[in-house]
Design a protein. Sequence first.
Lengths: 332, 334
Amino acid sequence: MALLEVRDLSVVFQRKGEAPFHAVDGVSFDVEPGQTVGLVGESGCGKSVTSLAIMGLLPKRGAKVTGSVTYDGTDLLKLSDKQMRDKRGSELGMVFQDPLSSLNPVVPIGLQVTEVLERHRGMPRKEAMIEAKDLLDKVGIPDPNRRLKEYPHQLSGGMRQRALIAIALACRPKLLIADEPTTALDVTIQAQILSLMKELVQDLGTALVMITHDLGVVAGLCDEVNVLYGGKVVEKAMRHKLFAEPRHPYTHGLLASIPRLDAPRGEKLTPIKGSVADNIPWTSACAFAPRCPNALDVCRAETPAEVDKLGRLLRCHNPVVPGTPAAEEVPV
Amino acid sequence: MLRYTIRRLVQLVGVVLVLSMLLFAWLRLLPGGPVSALLGERATPESREALTKQLGLDQPIFVQYFKFLGRAATGDFGVSTGVQPGDSALEIFLQRFPATIELSFFAILIAIAVGVPLGYLAAKRRGGWFDNLSVIGSLIGVAVPVFFLAYLLKDVASSALGLPSQGRQDAIDATRVTGFFTLDGLITGEFDATLNALEHLILPAIALATIPFAVIFRITRAAVLDVLDEDFVRTAESKGLTAPVIRRRHVLRNAMLPVVTTIGLQTGALLSGAVLTEKVFSFAGVGQALAIGFERRDYPVLLLLIIMATIVYVVVNLLVDLSYALIDPRIRTR
């Protein structure tokens, strides 16, 4: 049995007087210990909501979560508030997107690390400070003794993200969820943070769920990749397979839209047409159909079924034939 | 920080000087004057003239002002003509200032002790019945005139609760040390005197606290709502921290900055509220002296009390500004 088994997870946001919004629609995936699983998609595809649902961080009112999230044999969705508090921070860690706004501006870094240790490992403050120093050291923050006393605004962006990682890993969680941990950082720092995460995950044997829109991050880190669109997994495969032979037109479009340095000069970028706003509901069609270059009549009339074949899960009426080059050029 | 404080205090000297000039002129522009107030309508022109001369009001206004400045430099702010005729203005101030400080202190204490927790709870339960109820309650708190509420408390609540509604203390034999009646009893060991003074403070303090309470409540609620949406609160939740730690360390500490600013500004409102409250409850403080002073055109007392009130207001707001640095490290290290 996998460490984390997400089955048929759905999140519906319901506001008074408004139509319910299906942010996540029957998502399933497994994460084994030491494995890194990617959730990929553009903004609004439901990847962050999925992570918040796993962590139990969605607002109680207005968000309805169904399905099951089995962690180590227990369904997290059935736990009480208090039981979930005991799991968060100790067994489940989370790293957020924007390291500046994710750290409390008026509390020194040291206390923000030690409070997790005090809470879950019952350490007295002094002992926790020593441990916090080691943690900052481990995530590569120079001069940790000084940094412990400093406030978030005194640290650089990269250091802040390292501090957040130190906080998330303080109690050696078995599962770490990283929600776009590198988006707010510049490219060189991104690479440093990614290799740090890779190293730590390997050392500690932590299972990692990596949420990103950046296929470069996926290529460097993930073992298995789930591509999400409109709240559903549209394609799932091992990383090599997915990159070598994308079958879903959305995955294909994502890969084709990456700018290449070796492309001839003057060649235009190939974006995916339209935006998430063009989605149609999954109920009686494929949500991607309005933007899909491969769309057939059936795509607008029938929800595509999930097909699991040869180690690849695919939800598409008219998949891309292997070997097809990027879709026709669209002027940017 | 020190340089900043000194600069603000130097500015204060300028403010006081300009204010004293304006006040001096404004007070004399009020219809009537101390002479009519003292002698009444039917005084003979001769006696009026004699008193005018005696008070020095026959001289040109700038001469009067410079004479006042000269005497003020030696600590002589003139003699009261209306509030407590014959007593020096400074004496009246020193006597009454502790009373108003006591009253304001308890009023702001009540306003904070009720307003901040209520504001937090309302924000936490946004849109619920508790939130709606307390928002309406705070609106009433701002809207009801202080004097109306003061009379209501005095005439209804005092008999219902058996609380005194007149003066600062019953005529008991209490030793005076500092002029703060609640403190004096603690210092001399006359605890019944302290208790008696506290009983006298309850109703006027509640009357005075309503407006600051309502404002502090609303600001706290708004500030907490803002902070609850912040990413770092979600981070704190993701750490599995207990609710009290999240509330204290992560939510309230960040929400306090606007609340502290409001508390500073509300001291101004307290002074104007004190005039009405002290008048209703016959509470012998600065506010009551101002009310009587205006009725009887007591120039020296009005001048001194208003200037002192200004100084208190500026100093409180300076302390508020300095306290930002304690709350927010981003200001400290700048």
